[in-house]
Design a binder for this molecule. Structure first.
Ligand code: HPA
Length: 273
């Protein structure tokens, strides 16, 4: 399938009939981080399934709806639930949400995810502001014919995690009960968690956390020149760090435990942007 500019316009045109304002910030909520969505004021909710040319969430812990509304008086659009390569989506399909945000007139993108901590100085419940990433597996979401209206074929990504937004997020962390770090996120396709050997390799390569999302959306935002902030919640120590198997349950439990503090932190960031 070739995705043309018109393909993305069809989703954006539909969404523009649902709200009469331009959201300033788009927020993608990761696994189990959905509770932040409840903080959105004057919400207008749209099921992904109702949006033409969009995708649908197949993961249970992902709600599968787009929510327009306000956070701290700022107009936002929030994805409660995202799309991953492990669901069977092609990398090329994973550009859809962020390109639709761009066409809606969104200025800034905030991506969040649940991640495994590779850095042994991190603890479950900590937050990591992504300063850079490693993606040594899987295709690029920007593979295939370039859609010039969004950005150039070849582009620099050495500052894709916008330094000013990272600074802002660090400042907002000052009076948060959360421990907030800056670090490198390494992408794995999943859905299986990593092997202990992969985690040791990731650490040697400079990764502080691992996860199965975010990088595709981040690259899409960078391609179309959108300022970007990405935050990982450490839901568990990565495979092999502790001498016991990982479970999906512990990912959900940690995410739930920090949901309140993380939601407050996010609100502060959105207000400060
Ligand atoms: N690995 C990959 N993805 C994850 C993890 C992990 O340990 N925890 C939450 N998402």
């Amino acid at each position: 399938m070739t995705y043309t500019y018109e393909y993305f316009q069809k989703s954006a045109d539909f969404l523009k009939t649902k709200v009469d304002y331009t959201p300033e910030v788009a927020i993608v909520l990761g696994s189990c981080l959905g509770p932040f969505a409840q903080a959105i004021e004057n919400p207008v909710e749209i099921d992904y399934a109702d949006i033409p040319n969009f995708l649908v969430s197949t993961v249970e812990s992902h709600a599968g709806k787009l929510i327009f509304g306000e956070i701290a008086g700022k107009k936002v659009v929030c994805m409660s639930g995202r799309f991953h390569s492990y669901e069977g989506y092609a990398f090329e399909q994973l550009v859809i949400p962020v390109r639709v945000f761009k066409l809606l007139g969104v200025k800034t993108v905030i991506l969040t995810n649940a991640a495994g901590a590779v850095n042994t100085g991190y603890r479950p419940g900590d937050v990591m502001i992504i300063s850079d990433h490693l993606k040594l597996t899987g295709d690029s979401p920007l593979r295939g014919p370039n859609v010039d209206e969004f950005g150039p074929r070849f582009f620099d990504i050495s500052r894709m995690y916008t330094p000013e937004l990272r600074q802002l997020a660090l400042r907002c962390a000052e009076d948060s009960p959360l421990r907030v770090h800056e670090g490198v996120y390494m992408f794995f396709t999943g859905p299986q968690f990593e092997t202990p050997a992969e985690i040791r390799a990731a650490r040697l390569l400079g990764a502080d956390a691992v996860g199965m999302s975010t990088v595709t959306e981040a690259l899409t935002a960078a391609h179309c020149g959108m300022p970007l902030l990405a935050l990982s919640v450490m839901t568990n120590m990565a495979a092999g760090v502790l001498n016991r198997p990982l479970t999906d349950g512990e990912v959900g439990e940690t995410a739930q435990m920090v949901a309140g503090a993380f939601s407050d932190y996010m609100k502060k960031i959105v207000a400060a942007i």
